[in-house]
Design a protein around this ligand. Structure first.
Ligand code: ATP
Ligand code: FE
Length: 331
């Protein structure tokens, strides 16, 4: 079994995965959303302090499996440095005290392997990663052969939902709230520009759309911003944000239709985006894979799943050599 720790942002999570059967023996996550919501976003120092409380609490609950562990895995990049440090410190201590090898896992690889929890992997697969910090198209050929085909030049898809939510004072994280508001709104009421629609390049941008929403909100605030206005803004924004992704995916599929395609990351829980991409994949004859909703946002199960593959090829790191990286260019 492998014990895996995730603390790259505002979720403290630990999992235990069986190496031979991939069975998830133990999995627990303590989310800090509530504590950060009053600030409208994640406060790194607060997040670090909450990990110090939550991680040992979870660890206590899985002590019975310690004697069966073969390795300790931990997310070491990318993420917030002060929160990554908490998980990595705990992993180092466990590795030393239990005399087990240490495995450093890339969080984005984790999101990709959230597709394969308790399952054999399906590779090669082209993946759209939509999360809080990333909007990328990745060609995943194998564990150690992943190419970033496209990325965002400014904000991410998930981040733009968080910012729209903040503008409308709806709370954090914005994704699920904006999605709920959008369900009650008229998506045709506000005409918002689809980002980079004239550009032939496959890349993403969300800051222009965010500013267009800001102008509309300010406009409405000058008169009176009603609840129905908020619903309509959310619906119009969600439609446009998704249309941007759809336009670029269509370009990609025309260039080379992948056999297997998947959407992963926290924002892949968005039902509107999922249904739009489902239609697109159907039209192009592309097979679509989705993570279970409970594994879309950050969790240690996906980190443990990657760790099993790294364990098989003895991809270990020395306790004094594991480093923390807040950003990574390649996966
Ligand atoms: P990264 O993985 O890039 O380091 P992260 O781990 O902070 O970033 P995730 O936890 O994967 O990100 O995803 C969180 C993001 O997903 C937040 O920005 C959140 O608003 C967004 N999100 C969650 N649910 C939805 C939804 N239903 N619709 C749109 N966005 C969503
Ligand atoms: Fe994440």
């Amino acid at each position: 079994m492998i014990l895996a720790i995730e603390s790259s942002c505002d979720d403290s999570s630990i999992s235990i995965t069986k190496i031979d059967t991939l069975e998830l023996i133990f999995h627990k996550k303590i989310s800090q959303e509530l504590q950060h919501s009053i600030y409208g976003g994640v406060v790194p120092e607060l997040a670090a302090r909450l990990h110090i409380e939550a991680l040992p609490k979870i660890l206590e609950e899985c002590k019975e499996y310690f004697s069966q562990l073969k390795a300790i895995a931990v997310t070491n990049s990318p993420g917030l440095s002060v929160t990554l440090t908490e998980g990595v410190s705990m992993a180092k201590a466990l590795s030393i005290s239990l005399n087990l090898p240490l495995i450093a896992v890339n969080h984005l690889k984790g999101h990709i392997y959230s597709l394969f929890i308790e399952k054999k992997e399906i590779l090669p697969i082209t993946v759209l990663l939509v999360s809080g910090g990333h909007t990328q198209i990745i060609e995943a050929n194998s564990l150690n052969d992943m190419k970033v085909l496209a990325t965002t030049i400014d904000d991410s898809f998930g981040e733009s939902f968080d910012k729209v939510s903040k503008m409308l004072s709806l709370g954090y994280p914005g994704g699920p709230i904006v999605e709920k508001y959008a369900q009650k709104g008229d998506s045709n009421r506000f005409d918002l520009p689809i980002p980079l629609s004239q550009s032939p390049k496959i890349e993403f941008s969300y800051s222009g759309l965010k500013n267009a929403v800001r102008l509309k909100v300010e406009d409405l605030e000058r008169t009176n911003l009603e609840e129905q206005d908020k619903y309509d803004i959310c619906a119009s924004f969600q439609k446009t944000a998704s249309a941007h992704i759809l336009q670029k995916l269509k370009k990609l599929f025309k260039q080379k239709a992948p056999k297997n395609f998947a959407i992963v990351g926290g924002a892949s829980a968005n039902i509107y985006l999922r249904s739009q991409i489902e239609k697109l994949c159907f039209d192009f004859g592309v097979k679509l894979y989705l993570s279970e909703l409970k594994y879309c946002s950050d969790n240690a199960a996906m980190i443990g799943r990657v760790a099993v593959e790294q364990y098989k090829i003895r991809d270990f790191v020395k306790v004094n050599e594991i480093d923390i990286k807040t950003r990574v260019k390649e996966i």
